[in-house]
Every structure is written in structure tokens, then in C-alpha cells.
Design a protein around this ligand. Sequence first.
Ligand code: SF4
Ligand code: SF4
Length: 177
Amino acid sequence: MRYAMAVDTRKCVGCSDCVVACQTENSVPVGYCRDWVVEVTDGTYPQLQTEIRSERCNQCGNAPCVRCCPTGSSHYADGGIVLVKPRRCIGCGACITSCPYDARYPHPDGYVDKCTFCIHLIKRGQQPSCVAVCPTRCIYFGDMDDPNSEVSRVLSHRRYKSLIPEAGTDPYLYFLL
Ligand code: SF4
Ligand code: SF4
């Protein structure tokens, strides 16, 4: 079992429904977010191309945030999902500094928080909230070890990339091109 997510940059319209759904589902404090939308425009006028990406923690297989955590609060959970144990977190912020994707934030209650792929919903057989709410159905989620999962099937026939591959974190968040 290895959970992964793929976001279709051709279908994402940047509406931020995924961000609002995540904030609501996970009680993310006002002013913070576990996922966010990035818009990047490349080229020279009039040959311009815009890519819209819904980004979040990459649930890295070689996660610097887990490696640097001095208390074992940041850890690998079922399916490779990287989680934080709030009670073991001392709020030192080492993980925030080590993450190349800027995917963590300091929760006002004194621990560090981030995307969990909505593991509480997955365990009930549901999709992560961002996946379920997306009006263009541009986020694919599932088990990379299952060739019939939504994410495996879309990755089998589409071109894709991951972000900052040179960081060597082995990310499991993909962007379809
Ligand atoms: Fe850790 Fe950042 Fe990778 Fe998420 S994206 S697992 S927070 S290093
Ligand atoms: Fe670990 Fe918490 Fe420090 Fe992050 S802030 S490295 S989770 S103890």
C-alpha cells in the first residue's frame, strides 16, 4: 500500500474549493492552510502558458521533515503518509525549515500541522476532502501499488512531473501535464 495523489494541471481552474474544503474538514485555523493553489505563467508575450496547481505535502518517501524531527513526532504512517503526533511535537520548527515544499505551518496550539491526505476519511473508505469536492475532478488519489486505482491508471497514460525532484525527497504528489 502506497498512497499517492495526481493533480491535472490541464483541468485545474484555480477555484480554491480544495483549499476551503480542507480547511473545513480539518479545522485549519484562520490564516493557515494545508493545501494551496499556485499559478505559474511561462513564456514571452504573446506566447504565454499558464499552469495552475493545487499543492500540498508531497508525502515524501525520503522525508527530511521526518529525518530531522528530534522527538519522533513526525513519522511515516500507513501507506507512506507522513504524519505529526501533536502531543510529541515541541514546536521547534525544524521540520518547517527542512521541507523544500513549504508544506507545514505552526499551529497556534503549539504543534506543527500539515496535510494528512485526510487519513481519517481514507480509513472510512472515503476520498480526501480536496479530491471529493473538486468541481473539475482534477485530483486523482489512491494506492500506487494497485494498478487499478485511479491514481495508477491516470499515471499510466499521462505525462507527469513532480516538484523539486533535485531535493531527493521521493515525492508522491504528481502533476499531470
Ligand atoms: Fe515532509 Fe515537506 Fe515532504 Fe511533506 S512535502 S513529507 S512536509 S518534506
Ligand atoms: Fe518534530 Fe514538532 Fe520539531 Fe517539527 S516542530 S521537528 S514535528 S518536534
